[in-house]
Structure formats: C-alpha cells, structure tokens
Write a protein that binds this ligand. Sequence first.
Ligand code: PSU
Ligand code: MN
Length: 302
Amino acid sequence: MVLVVSEEVRAAIDARQPVVALESTIIAHGLPRPRNLQVALELEEAVRREGAVPATVAVLDGRPRVGLDKEQLERVANQDGIRKLGHRDLPLSVAAGVSGATTVSATAQLAALAGIRVFATGGLGGVHREWTVTQDESADLGLLARTRITVVCAGVKSILDVPATLQRLETLGVAVAGYGTDRFPGFYLSDSGHPVDWRLDTPEQVAAVMRAQDALDTPASTLIVANPVPEAEQLDPELHARVLADALRACGEQGVIGQAVTPFLLDYLVRYTDGASLSANLAAVRGNVRLAARIATAWTRG
Ligand code: PSU
Ligand code: MN
C-alpha cells in the first residue's frame, strides 16, 4: 500500500494502545518559523506524557505518512514552499511524488485509513464570512461528514462565519459536543457566542459516544469534541474583534483567495496582536492534544 505507517504507530494500533493523529498544516502553514518545529515536537511530547502514541501525518516525496520521525518533522516545518494538501490533493501529490502538509481533511482521511480513531488539531476549517460571494467553504466539513473519527478542536477558526459553519455541520450530519461547556468555543476565544446542543464532561463520556456510533452502525461521520481554550489564556475579545476586522479587509483588498486565505488571516492576527493570537492558538492546541490522548486512552480501555 502507498500509505506508510511508522513502526511505532503500527505496533500501537495493532496492540490497541492509544494513538492520537496530529495534522501538519498547522506546523507548515499555520505557525511562524522557527516556533513551528518546537511546537510540533512539543505536541508529540504532550501526547506521550499522557501515555499515548503521537502520529503526525504528512506526505513526503509522494508517500503519505502516518507517524513522522524528528527529521521528517523538520522537513515539514522548514521546507520552503511545501504544499498544503486537502484530501482532494492526496492522489495528485502521490502521483507527482511531491511533499506536502496535510490539512484536517487530508489528515482525517489518512488517519482513518491507518485505523486511528482520535485526532487533535487547533481549529477546524469551515464556512468563510464572504461565502455568498466566494463560495469558500473548507473541504474539512465535507470530509468530516463521511469519516469515522473523533476530532478534538477548539471549535472552528474564528476568522470564519461561525453560525453558518455550525449550520453546515448540522446539515451534513456531523455530531458536535462541547467539552465541559454548553457554549461552542471560538478558537482564540473560549466562547464563540453560540450554544452547542450537547455537552460531554469526561473522556469516558466521549468514548461512550464513539462506541454508540459503532453500535448504531450509523453512516461514517465525525464526532467533533469542541474543547475551549481556558479563559485565562484566550485572546482579549476586543483585540480579537478589532484585528480580525482589519485582517478580513486586508484579505479582500489584496485579493487573497483559495487555500491562501486561512494562512493569510492567521498570520495577520499573529503580527497585529503582537503574538497574542499565537499564544492563544498554542494554548488551545496544547489542551486539545492532551484531551485527545485521554480520549484515546478511554477508547482503547473500553
Ligand atoms: N488549526 C490551526 N491552524 C491551522 C489549521 C487549523 O490552529 O493552520 C489548518 C487546518 O489544517 C485546517 C486548515 O484544515 O487550516 C483549513 O484550511 P482551509 O480553510 O483552506 O480549508
Ligand atoms: Mn478555503
């Protein structure tokens, strides 16, 4: 098979030990260098500290990989012009023999193919605010609607149209639960301003939902566990609103489109909040990774 699963990850899956998939677009395109490599290593370490095995996903020289060693992580973090791969790009990158970082959609697809059930990221993609003009909706949503995996995230990125994204998730039949909250988290913010219908409070409760998905034999779809960044570590909501408005304006003025939109907005926020958005983003991802490891542990114990 074209998919390469690292020995450590393969052994853990086979032995039903907890494994957490991690995406690589956040490393290559979502965080500034050189911080991105430190973060990639730190997130893997955080998974290990919780007793689970990290499986970072990327495509290297046309080979989709689940589980990267340090040198491979370095390539993802430092290679100039490394591509951003959604799930539709996977066959194209394989045939072309190129390297790329995987988004949520591509990571979820490859992780599920490898037999991994739990995945952690920062914020999901979704419906962009100018959707009526641009039709820009992240491919994350469509893929999550047909993949059996649990994604731990801090909601969807706040640069998006959050209520429209929540509506799309409902339409697509993707299950969403707040973790320890009745509010849908807002990525950089603990609360997006929108409620969620379901709340889960422990890793065991999450694992019980996963087992119920299997028992009901429902059409494959994702369980989104929306885990808020702690309020003390969130971005100041006023600063967030102000800089985001500027970022969206700059994005339109500069004619940024397609795959470039999300990295452009994230980078703008990092620069014009003096790194405060980066701290909030990292706090969110760290919390998600730790929770994902605990969910994977509860899941394998069941
Ligand atoms: N979460 C982060 N930073 C990121 C992303 C998520 O904290 O950079 C990435 C994910 O890989 C997600 C992608 O799948 O942004 C969405 O890109 P687009 O909007 O172009 O689909
Ligand atoms: Mn897009």
